[in-house]
Design a protein around this ligand. Structure first.
Ligand code: TTP
Ligand code: MG
Length: 369
């Protein structure tokens, strides 16, 4: 089946925590600002959550120990502690603004989201205009700038948004992925982590272009069939992941793991509990479902969903349990560098739900999630 061409936007707020602080405190204007997670009792233990672009010029970056950042920013930068609740409120309002511009909307972390605008835009030119409107609405509404990437899939849009920051707007026309990203280090390919990079180094793969033209069979040998194929596709700019709506009619339960982990035993214990909770709610409302999803949240609060649509309606606990565990195994296999902080189970696609027309056009992607 031919798939409809898609137009996807990826929106990412610029130096988010620092920008909120600047927005609320005019005294910070023009200064290098570093927002810190102070972890211990001693003065400077902890890490930098983010820094504004002025502080980045001094070499201060996310994840750096506060003590190291203070050496670089001595007398030049302002150091402030995080106020997570506040950023959450800004995030919710910004997501609300963006959502209004999308046919399908998926929030991926506290400051980024994917918008599928294929139905409302006729071509990338129109999408560029829409992106300009979104940037203006966020700036006027909340006083924050963002960077937008436009591409034919989530992968391209995400990588495009990073090309020009802050306050950028970048289109990667269909067919240009190779041209634009060919010479970039392979670690810049979204979804490639440190472990994969180690293997690539041994194979002599340094750039995205080299990975794109590397023998697929050899990749499959080193990474397993699914992951090898995925890496090959992604290096060639291919990605069919749908923009997953997060607010369809659904029943879901999320919980936090005892510690950040990718240990399937610990994760499945939690999934079993969540599956039972979801099943109880489902039975309470006397509903059947056709789509089952797992939700994964990394220590950095990146949220992803993996879904599967069944051939027929189901309502039993065994089905929820089986598919959520299988989906999780697939997720961990495809993301060998990710640990989980939280995870969740969700059922949706109930019989009485009118499936909106635009979701039906996604039929070809459902189930692959
Ligand atoms: P990012 O979008 O990765 O970073 P950013 O918005 O600060 O900067 P950029 O302009 O490059 O997008 O992350 C969003 C927020 O998440 C960031 O403002 C603070 C928080 N965060 C951490 O707390 N720790 C981290 O290591 C990172 C990368 C982000
Ligand atoms: Mg950001």
């Amino acid at each position: 089946m031919d798939k409809e061409p898609r137009i996807i936007l990826h929106v990412d707020l610029d130096s988010f925590f620092a920008s909120v602080e600047e927005r609320l405190n005019p005294e910070l204007a023009g200064k290098a600002v570093v927002v810190c997670v102070y972890s211990g009792r001693t003065g400077d233990s902890g890490a930098v959550a983010t820094s504004n672009y002025k502080a980045r010029e001094l070499g201060i970056k996310s994840g750096m120990p506060i003590s190291a950042a203070k050496r670089l920013g001595k007398d030049k930068a302002v150091f402030i502690p995080t106020r997570i609740g506040l950023y959450g409120e800004f995030s919710e309002r910004v997501m609300g603004i963006m959502k209004a511009y999308a046919d399908r909307f998926e929030q991926v972390s506290i400051d980024e989201a994917y918008l599928d605008v294929s139905d409302r835009c006729d071509g990338f030119g129109e999408a560029e205009g829409l992106a300009g409107e979104i940037k203006k609405a966020i700036l006027e509404g909340e006083g924050l700038t963002c960077s937008v990437g436009i591409g034919k899939n989530k992968l391209t849009a995400k990588m495009a948004s990073r090309l020009r920051k802050p306050d950028g707007l970048t289109i990667v026309p269909s067919g240009d992925f190779g041209k634009i990203f060919h010479d970039m280090p392979v670690k810049k390919l979204h979804g490639v982590g440190d472990k994969a990079v180690e293997v690539f180094e041994r194979l002599g793969i340094r750039t995205i272009g080299q990975l794109a033209s590397f023998d697929t069979n050899a990749l499959e040998e080193f990474f397993g069939k699914a992951r090898g194929q995925l890496l090959h596709n992604r290096a060639n700019g291919m990605d069919e992941e749908p923009v997953e709506e997060s607010d369809r009619q659904q029943i879901s339960r999320l919980a936090t793991l005892k510690e950040n982990t990718r240990d399937m035993k610990a994760i499945s214990e939690l999934l079993e509990r969540l599956a039972e909770d979801v099943h109880r709610k489902l039975a309470g409302r006397n509903l059947e479902f056709r789509t089952i999803s797992i939700i994964t949240i990394t220590p950095r609060l990146e949220t992803r969903t993996k879904s599967r649509t069944l051939g027929q309606f189901a309502a039993d606990l065994g089905t929820i349990r089986k598919h959520s565990i299988e989906l999780m195994q697939e997720f961990l296999e495809k993301n060998p560098d990710e640990e989980l902080r939280r995870c969740g189970v969700r059922v949706s696609n109930f019989p009485e739900t009118e499936v909106p027309k635009e979701q039906r056009t996604l039929g070809g992607f459902l189930g692959k999630g």
